[in-house]
Design a protein around this ligand. Structure first.
Ligand code: NAP
Length: 246
């Protein structure tokens, strides 16, 4: 018995990185898993194979989290083919290392769009079915940079902090329909958006982290699987920090 038997999940931004690990782990726990991405078909095929290797059904959509109509269409497809969509993990995100003084307006807009507006558009597309079925689990992937004072790009920290507010307000709004909304704020992970971090910042993180290392995608995905499961039934509106004690 898996924690997610008979559940159907959508994970955004999962052609690689943390999203891929989440897809494989939700599938291992018994869920059929859909995901989206915006660029690399080759990477997406690897994620799809990882889900199928767990014996679960996989759907891959080359649809940006900024494509409102595309998100509605992919939700309709999943609901038509699977019958229901129970879990949404808003994972898609981008990072960029740039000081505020050199930040272009386009940098700011891109950060806010993909990290925050993407979660809004995807949630709006998916939650209608959850409301109808009076059940759902929504998890937003934020970052330690959004909840703790630390040296991190200002637009990234701002966008990730916005997800905590989005989580709280939405949890209040849709809890009455049996839908919980939570947020996970990982510290520095092994790869992905953290790869371009300057050496100095990485060394500082490792010095401050009680466990003395970065987290792995798999460690993070294990927590996600529990957070979106029915075993986690009373947590709502919470932001959980996963950082080895920084
Ligand atoms: N890695 C870390 O240390 C760390 C720490 C804390 C929080 N996080 C958060 O964890 C999440 C995943 O990060 P990661 O490290 O796995 O990043 P990553 O390796 O860069 O992967 C990002 C994923 O998002 C997809 N994506 C980007 N723009 C998209 C769009 N417009 N529409 C749909 N998908 C899009 C990418 O696929 P395409 O390029 O094909 O679109 C890719 O699959 C992010 O929200 C990040 O902020 C990461």
């Amino acid at each position: 018995m898996g924690m997610l038997d008979d559940r159907v999940a959508l994970v955004t931004g999962a052609s690689r990185g943390l999203g891929r690990a989440i897809c494989a782990t939700l599938a291992r726990e018994g869920a059929d898993v859909a995901f989206n991405y915006s660029r690399s078909d080759d990477d997406a095929r690897i994620t799809q194979a990882a889900i199928e290797a767990e014996g679960r059904r996989a759907w891959a959509f080359k649809t940006s989290v900024l494509d409102k109509d595309g998100l509605r269409a992919l939700t309709r497809t999943i609901e038509a083919e699977a019958g229901h969509l129970d879990i949404l993990v808003n994972n898609a995100g981008v990072g960029q290392v740039v000081p505020l003084a050199l930040m272009e307006e386009e940098d700011w807009d891109r950060m806010m769009s993909i990290n925050v507006k993407g979660a809004f558009l995807t949630t709006q597309a998916v939650m209608r079915g959850m409301v109808r079925r009076r059940h759902g689990r929504i998890l937003n992937i934020s970052s330690l940079a959004g909840v703790k004072m630390m040296e991190a790009p200002v637009h990234y920290s701002t966008a990730k902090a916005a997800l905590a507010g989005f989580t709280q307000a939405l949890a209040k709004e849709i809890g009455r329909y049996g839908i919980t909304v939570n947020c996970l704020a990982p510290g520095l992970l092994e790869d992905g958006v953290s790869v371009n971090l300057p050496e100095k910042r990485l060394a500082e993180y490792l010095r401050n982290c009680a466990l003395g290392r970065q987290g792995t995608f798999q460690e993070c995905a294990e927590v996600v699987a529990f957070l979106v499961s029915d075993r986690n039934s009373y947590m709502n509106g919470a932001t959980i920090v996963l950082d080895g004690a920084v």
